[in-house]
Design a protein around this ligand. Structure first.
Ligand code: NDP
Length: 433
């Protein structure tokens, strides 16, 4: 009630809070000592909203709004991505920050939760404009980031190039090297091997464990992966590595069906040159472009890896009708609550994003460890750790689903319960702070 009263218009955030509260009821019955944690958990420790002034190529002064929500630091420094997209507002950032608290807890690592971003369309900016924008963003963030305080990373619209620029300005302002203050940096600045791949790979590792429990695997499976950005392209590569066929994909301009399998290298090349999935389809005789959702295509596994609310009731019904085995969220919030209910009733396995896409932040935490120890770990080493972290997260979620919700396959309730338990124990141990 307090959450609704304080910020009545934050629909994404409210919907997420409601979902979590529904899941933790049975946990509170067993652990009544955690009841007073709930109100504190739903209120961010700190919200920073700031002006980002910058000068465009024509010399005009432009202004955007920046955000950093430092949600919960009970388990460690605030940790979470930075999103540059026109749709970014306080509601979206609070929703993502709240999710991040549970996600980070599920990795088993010592990281708190936070999220940030700005309401800018980076694709509409030249490289010079975007660098100046990142520098202006970093000028404000410099007072709030730090290896032991708050460690931002990338997210939609913010890749290693942008993190490099943000870190460059930060380092200049603080006057010394502190590579543990930002993750997702270019390799030459101490970025971890496999960080760009980690979210997509991790989603597929999590999906493989879900399928294992169904007595199935990805070998020979038909998979639809939405999006064709960082998470999606790496998920596609790992699906193919695992013997599956990517039969459909999409971007913000449309989708593509290709029953014989998407050529991920070609798609990456075309997207890297600013092209669309429709441009890709033009180059492939077996591919068909459309304006519809990729999730109405026949598939065994669906991996939404683009953005929020991609799978609504219509797409969920199509997935059920096509006999889809499992849906795992590579993106944050891509499956609406109504759609999740339809999938559940239709017997489709569901891997919630706070567990299924935790691979990115897990490797970011490994990057923090490498920075602290002045070490560089090999891609093989990081991949082995990522695979173990995703597997352990799956076990933690499954066990909590079984114990508190009486169904080991109810991974959504299990993820909320398992994440809550770890954060609540830490918050309780710290006293009322
Ligand atoms: P990118 O910006 O690299 O890619 C996003 C992709 O989604 C692009 O292909 C974009 O299309 C597409 N897209 C954007 N809006 C829409 C839309 N309305 N309909 C269809 N497609 C759309 O972002 P990431 O891959 O980094 O992130 C994707 C998701 O994964 C986000 O929800 C993010 O929060 C989440 N995530 C990312 C992590 C990471 O490590 N990067 C970590 C954990 C979660 P176009 O190519 O046309 O722009």
């Amino acid at each position: 009630r307090d959450v609704l009263r304080r910020d009545p218009h934050q629909e994404f955030f409210h919907s997420d809070v409601r979902g979590v509260l529904r899941s933790i009821g049975p946990v509170l019955v067993e652990h009544p000592e955690y009841t007073d944690v709930v109100g504190r958990l739903c209120e961010p420790e700190r919200v920073i909203v700031f002006r980002i002034p910058w000068v465009d190529d024509s010399g005009r002064v432009r202004v955007n709004r920046g955000f950093r929500v430092q949600f919960n630091s009970a388990l460690g420094p605030y940790k979470g991505g930075t999103r540059f997209a026109p749709s970014v507002d306080l509601d979206v950032v609070k929703f993502l920050g709240f999710e991040q608290v549970f996600k980070n807890a599920l990795t088993g690592q010592d990281i708190g939760g936070g999220k940030g971003g700005a309401d800018v369309d980076p694709k509409a900016l030249s490289a010079g404009e975007l660098m100046r924008f990142c520098q202006s963003f970093a000028t404000e963030m410099a007072g709030h980031a730090g290896a032991a305080v708050d460690v931002p990373a990338g997210d939609m619209g913010v890749g290693s190039r942008e993190i490099g620029w943000i870190y460059g300005q930060y380092q200049r302002l603080i006057g010394y090297h502190e590579p543990g203050a930002f993750t997702g940096k270019p390799a030459v600045l101490g970025g971890s091997a496999l960080r760009p791949e980690a979210t997509g790979y991790g989603t597929v590792y999590f999906t493989r464990r879900m399928l294992d429990d169904q007595g199935r695997d990805l070998d020979g499976a038909r998979v639809v992966v939405s999006g064709s950005g960082s998470v999606a392209l790496h998920a596609m590569a790992k699906v193919i590595d695992s013997g599956g066929t990517v039969v459909g994909c999409s971007d913000s301009r449309g989708s593509v069906s290709e029953p014989d399998g998407v050529d991920v290298d070609l798609l990456r090349e075309i997207k890297g040159q600013g092209g669309s999935v429709a441009d890709y389809a033009e180059k492939r005789s077996g591919a068909t472009a459309s304006q519809g959702s990729p999730f109405t295509l026949e598939c065994d596994v669906a991996l939404p890896c683009a953005t929020q609310n991609e799978i609504g009731p219509d797409e969920a019904r199509a997935l059920v009708d096509h006999g889809c085995w499992a849906v795992a969220e590579g993106a944050n919030g891509p499956v609406t609550p109504e759609a999740r209910e339809i999938l559940r009733e239709g017997g489709v396995g569901f891997g919630p994003g706070k567990a299924a896409n935790a691979g990115g932040v897990a490797v970011s935490a490994l990057e923090m460890q490498q920075a602290a120890g002045r070490e560089r770990w090999s891609a093989e080493d990081v991949d082995a750790q990522l695979s173990t972290i995703m597997s352990d997260a799956y076990d933690r979620v499954r066990e909590a689903a079984d114990r508190y919700h009486g169904d080991p396959g109810d991974l959504e309730n299990g993820a909320n319960a398992a994440g809550f338990l770890r954060v609540a124990e830490a918050m309780t141990s710290l006293g009322v702070v």
